[in-house]
Design a protein around this ligand. Structure first.
Ligand SMILES: Cc1cc2nc3c(=O)[nH]c(=O)nc-3n(C[C@H](O)[C@H](O)[C@H](O)COP(=O)(O)OP(=O)(O)OC[C@H]3O[C@@H](n4cnc5c(N)ncnc54)[C@H](O)[C@@H]3O)c2cc1C
Length: 405
């Protein structure tokens, strides 16, 4: 175990105010209460935190985009300096974050920059598809679906109407399934409001692997597949996209999947600037860390959230990019920074899986919790409860301001 340096008081900078970074800042604020001399800075390109788990609802028009953007200043104590700027790179030797607002010095850095969509270099995919990784993305999906239905209503040929009113989603993971369910439920009503027959819109889910929700229990997959089928979603598994063209998704078996709107929810990778940083990276460009979540050979830099490549000793696999993982990693990083300041030993990260919940449509869902699989309204209520609890916890964690004097 590396000996921590007791009493280090240089600036701590947290890069990224998503699930992991915000959590580090909030937890650390409370821990630094008796150390007003330690500067804590949070940096993000937006002045709001995005509740990404609620994006499928924004994309389905059932939630406003602004409802999933929480102003960062509302959540931070005044002792945390927030800098809204684009991070452009790293000066590792000089211990500086290079940003649009100039360099920001750090003694300890926490990298929590999340992910970006991975198009796996499939020709045409990035250009032809919308993605779902921000509130603006979700707004665009909803706007595109609405526009396509208006165009379909104006068309006279039923075949053309059907094609225009089809939303094709690439990637049958949790994001693809949630989006497909949400749209399948709302599009018929939207079609009606535009004077289009409610049976004209359709949603297709295209998955390269043999099953949707890969890695989940067969019971959960079965329940989710049944709900999707009930909602009229056409699920195509073993359907590998070779290219995306103006006509649609060209599959490797020669089939063409046509539609009016194409969304890509098939994978994630680390942000570009990390690839050029000189930091050690692994699968999908995620940064390799030790058991304390410090970058290998860079013990002054911690990584949390999607960006961290953390192997679960239980399964031997890298932990998936999930909010619940990001939150737990954020807690460990905050505790380890506090431990360093107080000369205590660092804590190895262990993940405690709370289960898996996916909404499928506006009022049903599937859940695997403590080995029990459920499907239907209760699972959807559970998802609502998790989202509510997250919002409450963020409010509750709002760090304390230091005691004056
Ligand atoms: C549609 C959708 C649904 C999801 N549903 C679930 C779910 O139900 N359950 C679950 O557990 N997980 C879910 N996830 C995954 C979860 O949202 C992520 O795992 C989580 O957001 C990761 O947290 P993070 O802090 O690593 O990254 P993020 O939350 O993405 O935060 C990264 C932050 O870094 C900032 N940033 C990035 N680059 C820069 C830069 N260059 N300059 C300045 N700022 C920058 C961003 O603005 C952002 O605020 C979902 C994800 C999506 C997209």
């Amino acid at each position: 175990m590396d000996a921590p340096t007791a009493g280090d008081t240089g600036p701590i900078v947290v890069a990224g105010a998503g699930y992991a970074g915000l959590h580090v800042a909030l937890r650390l604020t409370a821990k630094l209460r008796s150390r007003p001399q330690v500067e804590l800075t949070l940096v993000d390109r937006h002045d709001y935190h995005q509740v990404l788990t609620e994006l499928p609802r924004v994309a389905g028009g059932t939630r406003a985009a602004d409802a999933v953007r929480i102003p960062i200043q509302d959540m931070l104590a005044t002792r945390v300096r927030f800098v809204q700027t684009q991070i452009n790179g790293f000066d590792l030797a000089g211990r500086r974050l290079l940003t649009g607002a100039g360099p920001i010095d750090w003694e300890r850095l926490v990298l929590a920059l999340g992910s970006r969509p991975n198009d796996f270099a499939i020709p045409g995919l990035a250009k032809r598809t919308l993605s779902l990784y921000s509130a603006s993305d979700a707004e665009q999906v909803w706007a595109a679906a609405s526009k396509a239905l208006i165009a379909a209503a104006a068309a006279t040929d039923p075949e053309q109407q059907r094609r225009l009113a089809t939303v094709v989603i690439g990637g049958g993971g949790a994001t693809g399934v949630e989006l497909a369910g949400e749209l399948a439920e709302v599009l018929p009503k939207l079609a009606k409001s535009h004077g289009l027959a409610p049976d004209r819109p359709s949603v297709q889910l295209v998955e390269a692997g043999p099953t949707i929700l890969a890695g989940s229990s067969p019971q959960l997959i079965d329940k989710a597949t049944k709900i999707l089928s009930d909602l009229g979603v056409q699920v195509r598994t073993n359907a590998k996209i070779a290219a995306a063209t103006e006509e649609g998704f060209q599959l490797t078996d020669g089939q063409l999947v046509e539609g009016g709107v194409f969304v890509w929810a098939g994978g994630l990778k680390a942000p570009e600037l990390v690839a050029d940083s000189g930091l050690p990276t692994g699968h999908n460009g995620r940064v390799k860390v030790d058991q304390y979540l410090r970058v290998l050979d860079h013990p002054q830099i911690y990584v949390a959230g999607d960006l961290a490549s953390v192997v679960d000793p239980g399964t031997g696999h890298v932990l998936p990019p999930l909010a619940q993982v990001a939150l737990e990693e954020g807690e460990t990083v905050a505790r380890n920074l506090d431990a360093e300041l107080n000369g205590r030993p660092l804590e190895a990260f262990t993940f405690h899986n709370k289960g898996f919940v996916v909404s499928v449509g506006t009022h049903r869902g599937v859940a695997d919790i403590a080995g029990i699989t459920s499907g239907g309204h209760v699972a959807h209520l559970l998802k609502d409860a998790i989202e509510w609890e997250y919002r409450q916890s963020v409010k509750h964690l709002r760090g304390w301001d230091p005691v004056p004097g």
